[in-house]
Design a protein. Structure first.
Ligand SMILES: [Fe+2]
Length: 234
């Protein structure tokens, strides 16, 4: 029998640095003392089981949550949720939230001078299927300004929360779009030093997900842990 593989820590630079001064909020949030590593107990290595019958099947289509269709470019975002050995994670909760096509969130804190869309809330959820696949229909989010530094603009992105099989595998991250000219200037995207790891946050234009005369498709696979894990949001 092969020796069991122990817990593998992340390779240096493949996850966001706690302190990344260009991302100004990280200066306040970063720990100033060494982290205390806690041993995993039953409450970390187990998690909630999601009952498919209790999930609103319409929650994965963000374009059909109101009387009319939202403004903007309709897109399909899909992919697989995988564990550190590349095995699919079935029946796990995937949640998304995003700005509308004008770059505005439906949230009281967002007072950016761009219109809200009465037909777009910007939140959705779904469960992966037996093979770890998930799929959302939405609109392409707009870029928006933020006050990190002078003339700061976030690239288009969709926020993701993925639960995985346990509380310890929950991953919160952001998905970006290929070829976005704002990516080199985004302090959040660039919190992860390793370029290969950072680029795991960029979705791929995918013809299998694309539907003719309806919507472009983007593929975004997420690896929850291990050496090839998708960088989390800092
Ligand atoms: Fe955002």
């Amino acid at each position: 029998m092969a020796n069991p593989v122990g817990y593998r820590r992340y390779s240096p630079g493949t996850q966001p640095a706690h302190l990344h001064p260009p991302y100004v909020s990280s200066i306040k949030r970063a720990p100033t003392k060494p982290l205390v590593y806690l041993p995993h107990t039953l409450s970390e290595i187990t998690g909630p089981l999601f009952d498919a019958s209790k999930v609103d099947v319409k929650a994965c289509d963000l374009t059909r949550q109101h009387a009319g269709e939202p403004l903007g470019e309709r897109i399909i975002v899909g992919g697989r949720v995988l564990d550190e050995n590349g095995r699919p994670v079935p029946h796990t909760l995937v949640e998304v939230w995003q700005a509308n096509s004008a770059g505005r969130y439906l949230h009281k804190v967002d007072q950016h001078d761009a219109p809200l869309d009465p037909n777009f809330t910007g939140c959705g959820h779904t469960l992966t299927d037996a093979h770890g696949h998930y799929r959302f229909i939405t609109i392409r989010p707009g870029e928006y300004p933020w006050r990190n530094h002078h003339n700061a603009w976030r690239p288009a992105h969709i926020h993701f929360s993925l639960f995985g099989p346990a509380f310890a595998t929950r991953l919160v991250t952001q998905m970006f779009f290929p070829g976005d000219p704002l990516l080199p200037f985004d302090p959040i995207f660039n919190c992860t030093a390793d370029e290969k790891a950072r680029n795991r946050l960029i979705s791929l234009l995918d013809w299998e997900t694309t539907e003719s005369e309806r919507a472009l498709g983007y593929k975004f696979d997420v690896i929850l842990c291990g050496r090839l894990a998708t960088p989390w949001e800092k």
